[in-house]
Design a binder for this molecule. Sequence first.
Ligand code: FPP
Ligand code: MG
Length: 321
Amino acid sequence: MDNYKQVLSESLNEVEKYLFTTLSGHKIEEHVNSLCMHVVRSGGKRLRPRLALTAALALNANIKPEHMIEFAAAIEILHTATLIHDDVIDKAEVRRGESTINATDGNHVAVLAGDYMFTRCFLALQSLGSMKLFGAVNNAVSALVSGELKQLEKVGDLDLSFDDYENTIYCKTGALFEVAVTGLAVYTSQKAEIIEALALYGKKLGIGFQVVDDMLDYSSNSEHLGKTVGEDLADGRITLPLIIAYKSLEGARKEEFKNAVAQNNLDAVLSFIADTNALAQCKNYADKAIAEAQQALAVLPDTPYRQVLCDLASKAVNRSF
Ligand code: FPP
Ligand code: MG
């Protein structure tokens, strides 16, 4: 195996070990520990810690390996916490092919389990001892919360503009990608142009990733996706496939579409999405964001890790992990 691949794969193994240790070494609540462990074990692509490690290695900075591991683990733990809370908000029963905590143990336990994961995230960050890094992660958490709030505010609103949609998905998804790839650059006080380039990469990657997530809710099946499809429509979340379909329709057809959305008629909505070619337009939107993410990498030193970041962006949009 090439040296850089080995470094990445060994580092990711260390992140896995960290995740399991941090959820078993703390005896505050055995049951919550085991519920969180179950969510972490249920898989996930580990895309965010992979990005955090690769971006750090691309900097050629002298970062202690244990600090890279702790930061990458903190990001994955934060991501897991947000999913646990998101499943409460979305009343989701299945994720990664497994029952959610809210489905098995109820909303109260799920909220507390997410909060508990949050403490594990900040414990991991504490080991790096950097207020600057704490601040960066804190800002990302604020953005995540505001993204979820923006989304709630616009439930059922088909007049949502592209800008509002993009801003919401940047906050709820892009901000976490952004801090994953900039965190250790901030920690090691890299030049502003490097931090800004990584921030743009993370932001655009997150936007492309979420657009694809929103497409899959209308194009995949639950078994393949490991979560229930059609949930966005059922919860009144207006995402890009609906925005594009609505903008493309006129007159009576527009009204029919509006009614189908309001009545949660998935079959009718799917046929409007097909008629307006909305999914192909979504794919173009995602591809454009990914191309912008990749272009932003040009200012980084030319290393194999920069190429891995570029490849990860393509994989994120094609979901080929
Ligand atoms: C998934 O979106 C949800 C997110 C990307 C962000 C969730 C953020 C919060 C609940 C707020 C912050 C919480 C903490 C602990 C700080 P989705 O519902 O579109 O995707 P899905 O189909 O995977 O559920
Ligand atoms: Mg959800």
